[in-house]
Design a protein around this ligand. Sequence first.
Ligand code: NAP
Length: 513
Amino acid sequence: MSEEIIDSRFLQTCDVSIGEFRLDPCTMVIFGGAGDLSRKKLLPSVFRLFKDNELSDGFSLLGFGRKDLNDDTYRAMMEEEVKAYGEELYNEGSWREFSKRLFFLSGTFEEDGNYEKLREKIDGISTPDGEGNRNVIYYLSVPPQVVPLLMEKMTYHNLCRGLFSTKIIVEKPFGSDLPSSVRLNKILTDAFHEEQIYRIDHYLGKEPVQNIIFLRFSNTIFEQIWSRLFVDNVQITVAEAIGIEGRGGFYEQTGVVRDIVQNHMLQILGFIAMEPPVGFRADFIRDEKVKILRSLRPMSFDHIDRFTVRGQYGRGMVHDANVRGYREEEGVNASSQVPTYCAGKFYIDNLRWAGVPFYLRTGKRLKKRVTEICIQLKRLPLRLFGRTCDSMEPNVLVLTIQPDEKISLRFNVKYPHANNQIYSTRMLFSYREAFKTAEHPAYERLLLDCMRGDLTPFVRQDEVDAMWEIVDPIIQRWDEIIPEKFPNYAAGTWGPHEAHLLLEQEDRCWITS
Ligand SMILES: NC(=O)c1ccc[n+]([C@@H]2O[C@H](COP(=O)([O-])OP(=O)(O)OC[C@H]3O[C@@H](n4cnc5c(N)ncnc54)[C@H](OP(=O)(O)O)[C@@H]3O)[C@@H](O)[C@H]2O)c1
């Protein structure tokens, strides 16, 4: 007899297909609209959305910053940036149409008169929606130290909640530790309500990250095995082959834990480990993630000393080219102690995951660029096939986020003809082959979600706080004790020897696909 399938009582919230969704007119105001992020990521992403017909007819974009630009020179500047992407993105006809929606306001954020000009400019270029509201999205693409000033001025000039119907997108970093994150949040929430604030972590715009909850909660096979009963360990790897790309000043202040672990890695861990949400709504999903982050076992200094590994790259070979060590990079102190690599063992103290180690590792100048989650299952308790069982590989589910978006499952089969010979093989699902898509551009997806008012792929403040609570002790302990032998891994390798020992001492090893 088939079992009854019950509808979620919140089903209607996820039942609107994208095709049916009509976006209201809106104006996106980018503070720092001529800065690096705007030129390299934001404008190209908005242009692609325009080309794909995803924007509303009443869409306009206003860059605001102190570069000496006007509407025409801003359009010309951005055209060059988009052209640099090649024919895949640039198209003269589309650009001509799109550029009519681009505007620039030149001036400093300090000067009060500029906010009056800003209001007038928004009034001039925005299109009211059916109810007469002017929808405005502010994008803070500015250095973090500028944010308090902006919030103060925008509040004073009634730009946050009064004149327009507004949302605000905030870029990381969300502080540099828990106290500074709390202070920043107070400044933001004095100006905007929490539901107006879209904290961006571009990893959450990646299709395979969003797919984690679909994979988990729509498949009987995965839903059933997803716990300490079947899982031996979970590994999350965020490996970069690139170095610090000329951002020495930034990296010296940041280091690997603040740059990658505190945000991207802990967010991925949240999706992997969370309980099913009560419905498919932003806050239900964020509630579950925050429960996981709060269930992570606080790390004592003893645990940090024994079960975390830090590293810094020296010279080496990446993709057949000689590369400099971290201390030789521009803007980096010649005796810098800043870590570019981190590995660690974490535990989630809840009923589902009690006792299952979660191993995280990330670093710059590693052997290759890959972001991957490996879920290794427990071995079967019976050696049925004699000696061949000694070499039998455990089942591993691998979710690859980048560079290829794919899922693979490792399992064992009988090798043909041979006696009792076991052969490890895998089933592979590739997004690109199945759906004929390229790597999905995260910023486009996130900008659209913000326009639609969907907060699901954005981070709530209690998540940010919980993530700082986890990493602050690691940063503090590492700051206290000077590393003995930095640099301790050569560029182009898989990181320090100690990171391998971390797993080997527990009879495990890092899995790489
Ligand atoms: N770049 C990336 O790939 C990237 C990636 C992830 C996150 N982010 C985050 O995105 C934000 C922006 O980064 P970014 O790399 O784009 O920085 P950026 O290149 O320095 O851009 C900031 C822009 O803001 C303008 N600006 C700064 N202070 C101002 C003031 N007082 N008045 C008027 N204009 C002012 C700057 O003008 P000037 O040009 O005249 O200085 C510049 O054009 C940061 O929070 C960063 O952490 C960036």
